[in-house]
Design a protein around this ligand. Structure first.
Ligand code: XIL
Length: 314
């Protein structure tokens, strides 16, 4: 039977996985499955600022290097995640008491260093992650609070300078359907493009709850594509209240099918990345207690109905 990546390759589509270096290093089945099934890898944590510069000026590239080298050895793309985000920042930066000018310089230096290190190796960067609140207002963060909305354009310009080949994305969650938050992303994207700011794509994280794929997801993807932007489903998972029964796993499979199909139906929606591989290692149970079983492989690496549905949709 053909793998997901063979099916995706045949149509120039990206099917990706969010992976972690410690699992690539530590688990044969994880390593084998990620290599066999996916043609794109996103580092789950390894490129975040807190990972790469835990102390000021002291860099740790080991996890990020592992994922880039693994992808290159396997003929996979690397989707870079993420340069500017309110979370998983190093404490020396968050708690440093920096002035707005210092925040600006530290942010653009971080982008230059990180995107510069991997320049030429990255398909796309999530340049800014999660800029919005649910009501569509700008999320408070060290970046927004010090620099205002302009930090987004500044970050995109710095990323373009550091790696002219990478596609530059804005990424957020709960923007899969048409709602106040995705409207805000749409308006931001439109206005950045109008101002000539480098922006190539919008990432829809797609951390979904069972049975809740928005009915207008394809329509929402289409409106971003109509701006001339690429769209990627960047962090797909579908969480279920545990324990998951067979009927729920069947519903989950339909959810995966709907998301992959919505993307494939829109020219300009160029890939789907699943946020992990196996239910044995997923961020869901830690972050949403009582929920899990969100990925296409179960805890023993057996393919679930969600895998079959993804395969069929491709
Ligand atoms: C998550 C990782 O999967 C976890 O290992 C980590 O503890 C927290 O972050 N949105 C994002 C991702 O953009 O970076 C998050 O990843 C999940 C939500």
């Amino acid at each position: 039977d053909r793998t997901l990546r063979e099916l995706a390759d045949a149509q120039g589509f990206r099917i990706g996985s969010g992976v972690e270096a410690w699992l690539i290093d530590g688990e044969q089945r994880y390593r084998d499955t990620s290599a066999a099934q996916f043609n794109s890898l996103t580092p789950g944590n390894e490129m975040k600022w807190g990972s790469v510069e835990p102390s000021r000026g002291q860099f740790n590239w080991s996890g990020a290097d592992t994922i880039v080298a693994t992808a290159q050895a396997n003929g996979q793309l690397v989707y870079g995640h993420t340069l500017v985000w309110h979370s998983q920042l190093p404490s020396w930066f968050s708690n440093g008491g920096f002035s707005p000018e210092e925040v600006r310089t530290l942010m653009t230096d971080h982008i230059a260093t990180t995107a510069g290190r991997y320049a030429g190796d990255i398909y796309a960067w999530d340049v800014v992650n999660e800029p919005f609140n649910e009501d569509g207002s700008m999320r408070s963060s060290i970046f927004y609070d010090n620099l205002g909305t302009g930090y987004i354009a500044e970050a995109l310009r710095a990323a373009r300078a550091a790696d002219p080949e990478a596609k530059l994305y804005l990424n957020d969650y709960n923007i899969e359907g048409i709602n106040a938050k995705s409207d805000a992303m749409y308006e931001l994207a439109r206005s950045l493009l109008e101002q000539g700011v480098p922006l190539d794509g919008i990432g829809l994280q797609s951390h979904l709850i069972l049975g809740q794929v928005p009915a207008d997801m394809q329509q929402n993807i289409q409106r971003f594509a109509d701006l001339g932007l690429e769209v990627t489903i960047t962090e797909l998972d579908v969480r279920i209240q545990l324990p998951a029964d067979q009927a729920e796993l069947a519903t989950q499979a339909e959810d995966y099918r709907k998301v992959v199909t919505a993307c494939l139906n829109v020219d300009g929606c160029t890939g789907v990345t699943i946020w992990g591989i196996t239910d044995a290692h997923s961020w869901i149970p830690d972050t949403f207690p009582g929920y899990g079983a969100a990925l296409p492989y179960d805890e023993n690496y057996a393919a679930k109905p969600a895998y079959q549905a993804t395969h069929e949709a491709l």
